[in-house]
Design a binder for this molecule. Structure first.
Ligand SMILES: Cc1cc2nc3c(=O)[nH]c(=O)nc-3n(C[C@H](O)[C@H](O)[C@H](O)COP(=O)(O)O)c2cc1C
Length: 100
């Protein structure tokens, strides 16, 4: 996280439209951090509302997406789930909640 903070602090000052964090899982915790916060929470705290943050990482269901957005993300990205199921968005919009 130390390296991430250094990069993040630089990026936050660059007048960017957004920063995208490519995570393996949006709910994961850093291995080098003693506290209980998720990496995403730590990153959002560092952004401190100065720049919108979006993230990807094991968002498979609409509930996963909602939980990530409740942390303060205005947008989430869905990678592998969309590759496996290109109609994910339409299915969820049509009430097929699992996205399958
Ligand atoms: C085909 C593919 C291409 C990717 N390309 C990038 C990339 O160019 N830059 C990046 O930061 N992450 C990239 N990733 C990682 C994703 O942004 C993301 O962190 C990872 O796939 C986990 O999210 P997911 O579970 O929604 O797939 C890529 C992932 C996949 C599957």
């Amino acid at each position: 996280m130390k390296d991430t903070y250094e990069l993040f602090d630089f990026l936050v000052e660059q007048d960017l439209d957004y920063i995208h964090a490519s995570l393996d899982n949006v709910s994961s915790k850093p291995v080098d951090n003693q506290d209980e916060q998720m990496r995403l929470e730590l990153i959002l705290g560092r952004a401190n509302g100065k720049v919108p943050v979006m993230a990807a990482g094991s968002i498979i269901t609409p509930d996963n997406a909602l939980k990530a957005m409740e942390l303060g993300l205005p947008l989430v990205a869905i990678g592998r789930a969309l590759i496996m199921n290109p109609n994910w968005v339409e299915k969820v919009a049509n009430g097929r909640e699992s996205g399958r």
